[in-house]
Design a protein around this ligand. Structure first.
Ligand SMILES: NC(=O)c1ccc[n+]([C@@H]2O[C@H](COP(=O)([O-])OP(=O)(O)OC[C@H]3O[C@@H](n4cnc5c(N)ncnc54)[C@H](O)[C@@H]3O)[C@@H](O)[C@H]2O)c1
Length: 322
């Protein structure tokens, strides 16, 4: 027996468009809302302070796709010249359980997370959202800007990062992707957040964070999508939202129990329920809505299956003996 191995270069060479990734990730949320997925909350190990290595299995009944991501996040890695996030994804044959492929999961994580942001924005953000705030302009800052540009008429981005080098790379990315966006470098988190229609926070996840975003910085009608748990957000700011969604309520509860997220008073539901119309999306221009996206295995399985099918079709990758 053989499996297909796909490196980062193999995966990124397939030229999958942002629109296609958003489509499969939205479909994964639809399957979740319809009760067609199996996805236990992801367990993690933490070999170093603020580090994690998570195991993320899921089965998508509608697509008949099964797989697991083994992904790590090490906040100190960028200072070593290594990526914060790295990992592998295994796709299994749902009939036999035999592994079909092992592939880089760094690319998958970068793009499927941003696609989930775009799905949240499609249902929760004001359709005329033009101003984006990005706090933490690394990998996620870049891919989230790309994906949000697919679903919103963005004109301006207020970019905040503690690293000037990260901001330089962010601006190069925006130009390189040909996005019609004016980049304003914010001098503080407050300058970035005030007046923004959509706010994405993508700094490090810290077990004992020192959150800064206050309730009164957030504009009426704004949509907030934290990717770094509540590390950037004061509890009072989260509590001030008119609606609070997450991508998975069980996963959120698990992180709260484990002490990674502070208790959240009111949780209105998850994105699968919103996508399938079981819970309301945006119901007015003045609502302030948060979707705390924790990152789900269904997004990885949906994207991993898309990558595998394309790689097989085009003969990309390496066949390895099992
Ligand atoms: N929810 C999800 O599905 C999901 C998926 C992937 C990554 N993440 C999380 O997103 C975050 C970003 O991941 P990444 O891969 O982009 O990492 P990255 O290292 O590429 O980017 C992080 C950026 O944050 C900047 N930064 C550090 N401290 C900051 C601060 N206080 N204020 C502003 N910027 C700061 C860094 O300079 C860097 O540019 C991490 O917390 C990661 O765990 C979430």
């Amino acid at each position: 027996m053989e499996l297909l191995y796909l490196s980062y270069r193999d995966v990124s060479s397939l030229g999958i468009t942002p629109a296609k990734i958003i489509e499969v990730v939205e479909d994964a949320f639809r399957q979740k809302g319809d009760g067609m997925v199996e996805m236990p909350p992801k367990p993690g190990i933490h070999p170093r302070p603020d580090s994690f290595i998570h195991a993320m299995p899921a089965y998508l009944g509608g697509s008949d796709a099964a797989g697991l991501k083994w992904v790590s996040g090490y906040p100190e890695n960028p200072s070593r010249g290594l990526p914060y996030i790295s990992g592998l994804f295994i796709l299994n044959d749902p009939d036999t359980g035999i592994p079909l492929a092992v592939m880089d999961a760094t690319w998958i994580t970068a793009y499927r997370t941003a696609a989930a942001t775009a799905v949240a924005a499609k249902y929760l953000a004001r359709e005329n959202s033009e101003t984006l705030a990005v706090l933490g302009c690394g990998t996620q800052g870049r891919t989230n800007t790309l994906m949000l540009s697919e679903v919103l008429p963005l004109r301006e981005v207020r970019a905040y990062d503690i690293s000037q080098q990260a901001l330089d790379r962010y601006e190069d990315f925006v130009r390189g992707e040909g996005l019609d966006l004016e980049v304003m470098r914010a001098s503080s988190p407050r300058e970035a957040v005030s007046g923004a229609d959509v706010i994405v926070t993508a700094g490090p996840i810290l077990k004992n964070p020192d959150p800064v975003i206050e309730a009164d910085w957030i504009e009426e009608g704004a949509t907030a999508i934290p990717l770094d748990f509540d590390s950037y957000w004061k509890s009072s700011a989260i509590a001030s939202m008119d609606k609070f969604y997450t991508d998975d309520v069980d996963q959120l509860r698990y992180y709260i129990e484990e002490g990674w997220i502070r208790p959240i008073a009111r949780v209105d539901g998850d994105l699968g329920e919103v996508v399938t119309g079981r819970k309301p999306g945006r119901e007015g221009d003045s609502e302030r809505i948060m979707s705390m996206n924790l990152g789900l295995a269904i997004e990885d399985v949906a994207t991993g299956k898309l990558i595998y099918d394309l790689a097989v079709e085009r003969g990309v990758g390496w066949r390895l003996p099992l």
